[in-house]
Structures are given as structure tokens and as C-alpha cells.
Ligand binder design. Sequence first.
Ligand code: FAD
Length: 579
Amino acid sequence: MDDAGPLPQRLLASCALPHAWADLPAWTVLDTDFGVLTPFLHCWHTWQTDARRPRMLHYVGMLSPAQAHDLQALAQQAAHTAPHWQPLTDALAAASAGLGTGQHRILLAQGQLSLTLCIGDTTALLAEQNFLAHTLWVHGTDILWDKWRIKALARCSQRGAHLVLDRAAPEAPDGLAEAGFVEVEAENTSLRARFQPRWSLGARDQVPPAIAPQRCTVLGAGISGASVAYALARRGWQVTVLDQHAAAAGGASGLPAGLVVPHISADDSPRSRMSRVGARLMQQHAKTLLRDGMDWQASGVQEQDFEQGSTRWHAHGAWVRPGQLVRAWLKHPGIRCVYGAQVTDLQQREAVWQLIGPDGNTWAESELVVLANATGCVPLMLHPSHVHFLGDGLAQRLEFLHAVHGTVSYAAHRSLPSAAHWPQHPVNGHGNFLPQIPLDNGMAWLAGSTFEPDRIPEQAGHRLAPLAEQHRANAQRLCELLPAVGAELAAAFAAGEVQHWSATRCVTHDRLPLVGPLQDVPEGSRPSLWIHAGMGARGLTFSALGAELLVARLAGEPWPLENSLARSLDVRRPKRRRN
Ligand SMILES: Cc1cc2nc3c(=O)[nH]c(=O)nc-3n(C[C@H](O)[C@H](O)[C@H](O)COP(=O)(O)OP(=O)(O)OC[C@H]3O[C@@H](n4cnc5c(N)ncnc54)[C@H](O)[C@@H]3O)c2cc1C
């Protein structure tokens, strides 16, 4: 027995790995018993040391809540058996601390290894998946893999996929044959098979399971656009980002600093569940790309619930300077940015989109376009010459987008606040307060933010409240959130020592982003016009998650969220009140 142990090696060899993935852009593994951990670590190590490895490895692991709870201990144990796994187990342990039930996305190996952990009941979570695996490892679990569960595995298999089924029930070979698996071979207590049904799989046979990287233009260099551009560039796409401003983060993403904090609701609504996944993902990016304590900090956030009269500590809350993250994402060598590039016209010739400026100049050409230009997508797409690009009923969806202006008040700390009434970490409630944030001109506090209906570009609108009134509203909110701090800072507001930063949020009817294709396409082809917008007041929490979902949908990869949750972000979701 060598240091990797026999099981992981047997699994890889049974599926012709690493030979089978050589030179492919991506490879997807489904492992229904991730808690064993050694197959994952052996696969990761084999992939990492293979000169002909696929650019992206997608690994979907299913495990029970108890296994998730013990994941860090399991990782340390595994590192003892094979010391070369130590860096891998350290990275996994750090990224997976405190995971609850549900689906989570963890980015490892500079984001080239995308690990999707599904924690809970395996059968229920299998029904929530949308991807097609190349390799399926169904081993060592207590689940009886009857014909219905085997059908669920078939639903997640690409044509030609290899399956290893350990501890199979006696009727499993019949179940495999019925579900479309061929070449079923027994080896000790396990079965090997290949998914090659004799019948047509309909759309699954027509659409290539994964789209090869091509050219993409992302419109908007804010946090929505930069997160999508970075996700595509990591997968090998050539991305051009266009923005009308002179530099990145010229819109709402230029916020001096904001909070990444999960949303709380009594019934743990989809919005709350997704906000937890999004906040974790955002912090993974911040941890990898930003300077701790300068550009962001996993400070934790205190939440004041005025309705319940209670406070709650978000250990996974953080403050982030979003402009720093936007710039870090856009530095990827696969991304080219063009600033001062206002797009007023969109044309499609054969399969290529052209994004055109007011002077008729073509800023970019590409096979794929992602609109990440916040409310700017409304006048662009509802223009009579462009509205026909939209799928049935989608013009009405874009009409639901509205603009909400916001101002945050901020000032340098006169002296570093050590008094007992000053919080040492951000506080969130009705409005928020961020103390001791290192802005460009020194340590500052921020108090925000106002919410005021605004106009969408090119629409006739009303006048915003005078700036003094916006500062007054922030000062008032601060007095309610932290009365002693509010009283102390009243003098700074009165003396005009407080500065402001203002921008417009793009808000949807239910306060959840819009993520998905904007076109209806015939079966067998893929949409090439997508949207990632409507981040509202939580772009810092939702943008990295939205980007992973958008790219997973267009590239046929595992989704970062359960199907049922991801549907609440779809452009075509039913129009309901916010939840
Ligand atoms: C005062 C305030 C406080 C906030 N606090 C928080 C917070 O604490 N936590 C949090 O999560 N969120 C917060 N937000 C919200 C957050 O800032 C937004 O959700 C997020 O920045 C939206 O990012 P975006 O990329 O979608 O939009 P933007 O950053 O606005 O980017 C859109 C870009 O598209 C470009 N564009 C538009 N149309 C065109 C066109 N036709 N041609 C070329 N370019 C175009 C624009 O120039 C712009 O740069 C706050 C917002 C405000 C205003």
C-alpha cells in the first residue's frame, strides 16, 4: 500500500485518469462521499502535478453535516498519512471552516480548482444539480444505490462518463443497464461502468456539454463586471471590459468601503441562504487578492435588530474597499480594459456581437456579451433597435429595474477612538457604521447610507435631496444605531467636517440580482447575451456568487447554488415581493 492508499488510486485508474483529461479545458468529478477525503486529495494532487491537466477541475463533493463539522480534523488526519498533501489539506481546512448545510463554492489553487460542497441528504442534493460529470465516484456510503438513485446519477452524467460504484446492491447491475450504463464490470465489491445509453438524450446530446473559451465583452467595470470578467478569464476566455468612466469602479463600486454581511430572516429565506454563500465567496477573493487590514478585513460585524431589540454577531462579516477588489480582478492577464468607452449601440453579425459608441466606433467584438452595466442596461436594451434581441417577456423584466441614490458620510478620525462607547468593529442595522477604515487619506469612519429614488440614465427624473439633508439623515441614523457615537460626531457634522460619497444603486423588485441569459435560443444552441446586474445594496455580498453562477450556467459547469435557490436569481423568475 503506498502513501496515497489503495482507494484513491483505484478510483483514478478505473476512470482512465489522468490520461482521459489530458489537454481538455475542464474536467468534472462527482464524489458522493467526500467525507472520505483521500480520493479528493489524490485527485487534486494528480491534477496539480500533471503537465497536461485541464485548466479547470470542477469537483462536486457530497457529505453529511457531521462529516462537514469534522472536515478540518479529517484533513489533518489525511495529511499525516501523506505529507505531500499538507499544503492541500491546510488550504481546504482554512476555506471550509464553519460550513452549514446546503451548497457551497470553494475556490482552490488560484481558482482553477472549483470545489462545490453539498452538505446534507445526498439524494435530495443530487436532485438539485444541473451539471454533467465526466467521472462519478460513488463509494463507501451507507446509501443503498437502488435503480432510482442510479437514475439520479445518470442525470448528472455526460455521455461517455465513467462510474465507479462501491458496495453496490445486488440489483445494481440491472439498475445501471436500465439507466443507460454499459460495459458494467464487477471488481471485488465495486462495479465499473460507462454512461453510453443507446437512446437519444435529447437536448443533452445536441448541446455540447461545455462551451470552449472564446471572446467575451463585459459591459461595466464595477464589481458585477469585474467579477464576471475574472471568472471567465480564469477559464481561458479573452475578455474585454468596457466602461464609460475614465477608470475602473467609477460607479457604485467606487464606494470608499462597505460591508460584506449575511442577510438574516426569521424563516431563513433564499435571500438569507444565498447571502451566506455569497459572503464566504467574496471573502475568499478578498483573502487571496487584497491586503489584509488595508483593503479589507474579516472584522466580524455586529448586527442590531431593532424590531427584535436584539444584537447578533456575524463572525463571517467583513469590510471591503470594493474598488480595490475590482482593480485586483481586472489585473488578470486575460482581461483587457477600455475606459471612456460609452456603449450606445449593439449589433450582431452572424455569431459576433459589436459594441458601438456614440460616434459609430466599434469598441469591441466578441461571441459573448455580458451586460454588467447596472441601470445602464435599461436604456441600452429597451432602445427600439435593440429590444428585439431580448427573449420573450424580458423587456418587462428590465423595466422592473430601478435606480436608488445613496450617500455615505465619512471623515478622518480626529484621534484614534479608544473610548468605551466606540465600537472596535463595524455595526449594521438601519444604516451602518464602519470605524477605523484606512482610506487613502488616513484612518476614517463611515456612516451610511441614504436611500432615495433616483432616475435611470436617459429617463426624465426628479431632483435629489440637498446634500445637507442627506448628511442629516445619516447623522440621525447613526444616533439611532449608536447613540453615544452619534452624539460625539454631531459636532463634526455641524462643523461641515464630514465628507460625502454618492452613487446610484441598481435595484430589482425583490432585492436579488438578475443573473442569466437575455435571449431565447433554439434547442441545441446557446444564448450569447447575458446579464449580471441589479446588485442593489448588497453588491459586495452577491457579485462573486452571481459571477460564478453566470459562468457555470454558460459553460455547463456545476452551479455554486442548489437549483432551487439559483432559480431565485434567474432573469425569468416570477415577479414576487421581496423575501
Ligand atoms: C452609498 C452606498 C453605500 C453602499 N454600501 C454597500 C455596502 O455596505 N455593502 C454592499 O454590499 N453594497 C453596498 N452598496 C451597493 C454596491 O455599491 C453596489 O451593489 C455595487 O457597487 C454595484 O456594482 P455594479 O458593478 O453592479 O454597478 P456599478 O459599480 O455602478 O458599475 C456599473 C458600471 O457600468 C458602467 N456603464 C453603465 N452604462 C454604460 C454604457 N452604456 N457604456 C459603458 N459603460 C456603462 C458605469 O460607468 C459603471 O461603471 C452601496 C451603494 C451605495 C450607493
